[in-house]
Design a protein around this ligand. Sequence first.
Ligand code: BEZ
Length: 385
Amino acid sequence: MKHVFSGAALATALVLSAGTASATVKIGFMLPYSGTYAKLGQAIENGFKLYVKEQGGKLAGQDIEYFKVDDESNPSKGPENANRLIKRDHVDILVGTVHSGVAMALAKAAKDSDTTLIIPNAGADAITGPLCSKNIFRSSFSNWQPGYAMGGVAAKKGYKTAVTITWNYAAGKESTDGFKESFEKNGGKVVKHLTLPFPNVEFQPLLTEIAAIKPDVVFTFFAGGGAVKFVKDYAASGLRKTVPLLASGFLTDGILEAEGDAAQGLLTTLHYADGLNTPRDNAFRADYTKNFPELPPDVYAVQGYDAAQILAAGLNAVKGDVTKKTAMRAAMSGATIDSPRGTFKLSKAGNPIQDFYLREAKGDKNVSIGIAVKALADPARGCKL
Ligand code: BEZ
């Protein structure tokens, strides 16, 4: 059919199309859907979609269209996977990812293409440090944060020597560096840093080394399937009787049921906990469980949910017009997020300023037993925004 517009009708059509540059907002999820972090990726997607569903399936009046890439937590495939979403699918917004090494590639691709990126997990310090950028936001944490929170707890408990053990990549290095910084500032000493390549789970030789060193305490970062194996191996080695194990909360979050008895009593620090018992968290948990009965409402689900909230703040400010990038990003940056974890704001570098809970594993819950550090801001070293 041929359309013939009068001058006035044509002007109206042009104004309408300029006001709503895209009737649909295209969201690209770059997440792990396979490998040791597969469940984390799924929980993030669930949380994001739950928030959108609660808004009636639209954000700022716009329909949402989803695109997905399984990044396999493989940094070498990062650039190619990011470009599938950016150049093939032409997404408006990127949401990803879990693994810090993959996130580095994604952040570079987002920066090069000036695409807005919301990171719903990966804590790579550099992304909100030297590589910080106005188009990049995090709804999660920096790797430094949970480790730093636990270092102070360990020192207060009177431990003097610690061994750290983790995977040899950014998340492990930066979590244990955060721990070391506050532990040593408060009088402790990290005597040995043990690592194995990601995602290997041959922990036995390293556990034997810990038994020989006999530190006062061990601090660790592991997550996903690898964390379940580590917790079981640590308990089976008998070390729990002689060397207490402390960790960032990823060691137990969402996986306590799989870890069973081996995890009971473990102390961890994280920006989320079970049993917060606030109206906001209770409502989130009830709705999440109703929609996804097979998965616990864990920290990854919360981070996905809050990624959608950050985006909603930006889209609402520009009435859904994603082409108004500067105004949209300014609103995202200045938003107060009403998170199930507690309300938070983003730092100038785009990372949440948030409370870190001290949690104890009891049954299938990581119960909050207090706040380890209140309103902890990542130092954003090297960020020049
Ligand atoms: C990371 O690679 O940044 C990461 C992965 C899983 C849990 C927490 C952090």
